[in-house]
Design a protein. Sequence first.
Length: 136
Amino acid sequence: MGVLTEDMTRLRQQVSAWRDARMALRKDLARGLKDLRKSVSRMRSGFRKAQTAMAEQTQTAGGAFVSDVRASVLALQQNVAGMRGEFSADIEAARQAWLGGAADPSPGPPPHAGRSQAHSPPRRARKGTGRGRRKS
């Protein structure tokens, strides 16, 4: 055999080895891709489970928080209502003392009740025709 034949034989063996290596690499890449897909699928499933658990915890904590806020607001409303009643009674007692009468032990009118007609200013009569138009 000549040098050319030996070179051609060696070249053919190298090409065949490279082809075998390329085919093995493709198989490894396909296997790695399959494993990666499984891993990502498991990771996403874990994320979904964790998100569901966090949502349940948040909902439970939020419900408890809202319940506590409602209870606090109700307690404040009751406290303020009591203070308003006491303040109203104090104002009524001061009014009675100022007018010279005996203090009535019953609480006075609630603070949101308006003044009586005797304390309101007189209404003024309208000028003109009452419709807001001027006669020409």
